[in-house]
Design a protein around this ligand. Structure first.
Ligand SMILES: C[S@@+](CC[C@H](N)C(=O)[O-])C[C@H]1O[C@@H](n2cnc3c(N)ncnc32)[C@H](O)[C@@H]1O
Length: 274
């Protein structure tokens, strides 16, 4: 007798029922939410800040002078067909504690607004507290929502970002289709994610560091080594850039490209709604 196996998904190196993955991911972020930002700094030696800054540069929000009536020489998402003076709207999917959204509104000035959408209540609570502490709550709103079914209207954002989030989503194709749906024509999707290290020697060192140091550090700081083992394993399971590019094209994105950073440790994947 053959046993019927339903749809499966990767949860780190384990295969789990697709329907079970989200709850397992939620458990990881429930467990680490309060120490999430500290761990990012410790694990990456602060590098995640530079990667997020590179993402913000690619988002290219209008600078504070951009709304003063002067012509802005640089093309930017959402400005292809838009001559109006409305706010530049960013959606940061799986935005967690708000890091990317804060950076974009700070770079963009008063004409830039950001929405953080995340499925995890604990991560959002930390994000809301950080926004208030930084005086950014007027420019950043936090909503609870699943990347696979965003509770947001069609064509309502100039740019959509997702940083270190996509590999946690069970149905990546649905999340990409949703990002495409909520983008305005001429809008840009940018995904910052761990990638494939392509510098000889660095890959072995990276393996040693990630499989040994990161779970131990996770245990010391958050009390949860397993959450950080999942992080390391899920990075290894993430598809190579060419494969991910195909998934992006299938979701409707055009002019798909990627930019490796730090020897391929991470990459920024880009696509446009045209
Ligand atoms: C590694 S954190 C990244 C947080 C933030 N983007 C950053 O770079 O600091 C991954 C986030 O993805 C969120 N997430 C996981 N599955 C999700 C889903 N289906 N929809 C929306 N958010 C999700 C988690 O709750 C978590 O906040």
């Amino acid at each position: 007798m053959t046993e019927r196996i339903g749809k499966q998904a990767d949860f780190g190196f384990r295969r789990v029922p697709l329907a079970a993955k989200q709850a397992m991911v939620d458990g990881v972020f429930d467990s680490v939410a309060k120490r999430y930002d500290l761990m990012n700094d410790l694990m990456s030696g602060g590098l995640h800040r530079a990667w997020k800054d590179a993402l913000v540069t690619a988002v290219n929000p209008p600078p504070p002078t951009g709304r003063s009536g002067r012509l802005d020489p640089k093309p930017r998402p959402g400005r292809l067909h838009d001559k109006g003076d409305r706010a530049f709207a960013l959606l940061d999917v799986a935005g967690g504690t708000g890091d990317v959204a804060f950076r974009v509104v700070q770079a963009g000035g008063p004409g830039t607004k950001a929405t953080v959408a995340d499925i995890n209540t604990q991560m959002l609570a930390v994000g809301r507290a950080r926004a208030a502490a930084q005086g950014l709550d007027h420019a950043v709103r936090f909503i609870e929502g699943n990347a696979e079914a965003l509770p947001l209207p069609d064509r309502s954002f100039d740019a959509v970002t997702i940083a270190f989030g996509i590999r946690n989503v069970p149905r990546v194709n649905m999340a990409l289709a949703e990002a495409h749906r909520v983008l305005r024509f001429g809008g840009r999707f940018l995904c910052l994610e761990f990638s494939s290290v392509d510098v000889p020697g660095l890959d072995a060192l990276y393996d040693l560091y990630s499989f040994n140091v990161i779970p131990a550090l996770g245990k010391a700081v958050t009390g949860d080594a397993e959450a950080y083992r999942y992080l390391v394993e899920s990075i290894r399971k993430f598809p190579k850039p060419a494969v991910f590019a195909e998934t992006m094209r299938a979701a409707g994105f055009r002019r798909v490209s990627h930019q490796p950073l730090t020897g391929g440790l991470v990459a920024i994947h880009s696509g446009w709604r045209l």
